[in-house]
Ligand binder design. Structure first.
Ligand SMILES: Cc1ncc(COP(=O)(O)O)c(C=O)c1O
Length: 407
């Protein structure tokens, strides 16, 4: 069977909408178009009912109750609402936050602004070489004025999944709120906010086969009841925490996507794991001097992040143009900085520059995986043939001892 080009292996960036999700959404653009807050006619009631169903579906996937789910425009907004909402509501209690060093960019950016503009202090908790945060390290970072701990449940680059149960225990014992950016984890691995002791959790639909532009924030209502300062004021929708007319088709799509993930997760994760392992083994069998970044044991089933020594991420992407992959570099910046996540594992700057992220998904086929293995091996071999560094390393030269001259 031939494969269709281009091949999509960037499911951790975003996923296509599942056709079953699209089908569920369509009537809400035209037939059931009412405003869910219109309380005095059936158009409004029908829309509200659809939103209620979606709220239940999302809640079920994360072990919450429907009332604890606040719909937002996506993961970024959910993160902003959680962290800024806590900062404004609990700022009198203290102005210190604890954040995992490998947390997502939106989390770091929101916290940085609080530090810059509102006199907050932050302690970044390091990770081990697999990208895991230890509960003891979180505990050690706590201070009497800590009001929030943020630990991303599963990493978007290396796929490392954290021990949220242990971290949740530390947070509960200390009486500090625990927030988790779970946008990469929800729908892929089991999530239970009760068991994990999570108080605030950010989710987005477009990483789990739902539409873009819709997400949710879980806000705990009991033990403790978390209060948040709204970041968008208006009609008082979403229990006053997030005003604005809901994106009803989007919300319905997110609910359906959550329901499908709930039903299919065991089978789907197993299938992803087999395909991902095949991809990993195939690449590792065909090339030397490669290193898998992250944790083999505690990893999302659809993630694979590999550093290919002596070749540069951007040249690999150029050579593999028909395959959609992500490089480990923050390639949106002009400086092409290496990924801070991979650097946090203790990986050298050079190796961080030569990493690629492969992320497979619901619609990835065995044939695509076979094709990608072949093309990756062939491309890296070709690039290394042109690499004097690789040649020198193969001749036994210790590159760290070489005195490079500008002449
Ligand atoms: C880890 C992580 N957090 C947050 C986001 C932001 O979510 P959204 O694109 O829905 O704003 C993303 C995705 O882009 C992500 O990967």
């Amino acid at each position: 069977m031939s494969v269709k080009i281009p091949i999509y292996m960037d499911y951790q960036s975003t996923t296509p909408v599942d056709p079953r999700v699209l089908e569920a959404m369509l009537p809400y653009f035209t037939e059931v178009f009412g405003h869910p807050a219109s309380r005095n006619h059936s158009f409004g009631w029908d829309a509200e009912q659809a939103v209620d169903v979606a709220r239940e579906q999302v809640a079920k996937l994360i072990g919450a109750t429907a009332k604890e789910v606040i719909f937002t425009s996506g993961g970024t907004e959910a993160i902003n609402l959680a962290i800024r909402g806590v900062a404004e509501m609990y700022g009198e209690k203290g102005r210190h936050m604890v954040v995992a060093v490998t947390d997502s960019r939106p989390v770091h950016d929101v916290v940085k602004r609080l530090v810059r503009e509102h006199q907050y202090e932050v302690t970044e908790v390091p990770v081990d070489k697999e990208g895991r945060v230890s509960a003891d390290a979180v505990k050690a970072a706590l201070r009497p004025d800590t009001i929030l701990i943020s630990v991303m449940m599963a990493n978007n680059e290396i796929g490392t999944v954290q021990d949220m149960v242990a971290i949740g225990k530390v947070a509960k014992e200390a009486g500090v709120l625990l927030f988790s950016d779970a946008t990469e984890a929800v729908g892929k691995v089991p999530v239970d906010v009760q068991e994990m002791g999570i108080d605030l959790l950010a989710v987005t639909a477009h990483k789990m086969y739902g539409p873009k532009g819709v997400g949710a924030l879980y806000v705990r209502r009991r033990n403790p009841r978390v209060r948040l300062s709204a970041q968008i004021d208006g009609g008082g929708h979403e229990r006053g925490m997030r005003s604005g007319t809901l994106n009803v088709p989007g919300v319905v799509g997110m609910g359906k996507a959550a329901e499908l993930c709930m039903q299919e997760m065991p089978e789907e994760s197993a299938r992803m794991g087999v395909l991902r392992d095949h991809l990993e083994n195939g690449i590792l069998a065909g090339l030397d001097e490669v290193q898998v970044n992250g944790s083999r044991e505690h990893r999302l089933p659809h993630n694979l992040n590999i550093s290919f020594a002596y070749v540069e991420g951007e040249s690999m992407l150029m050579g593999l143009k028909e395959i959609a992959l992500a490089s480990g570099s923050a390639c949106t910046t002009a400086t092409l900085e290496p990924s801070y996540v991979i650097r946090a594992l203790g990986v050298s700057e050079e190796l961080a520059h030569s990493s690629l992220r492969f992320s497979i998904g619901r619609f990835t086929t065995e044939e695509e995986v076979e094709y990608v293995i072949g093309r990756v091996v062939e491309t890296i071999q070709r690039l290394r043939e042109m690499s004097p560094l690789y040649e020198m390393a193969k001749e036994g030269v210790d590159l760290s001892q070489v005195q490079w001259s500008a002449h």
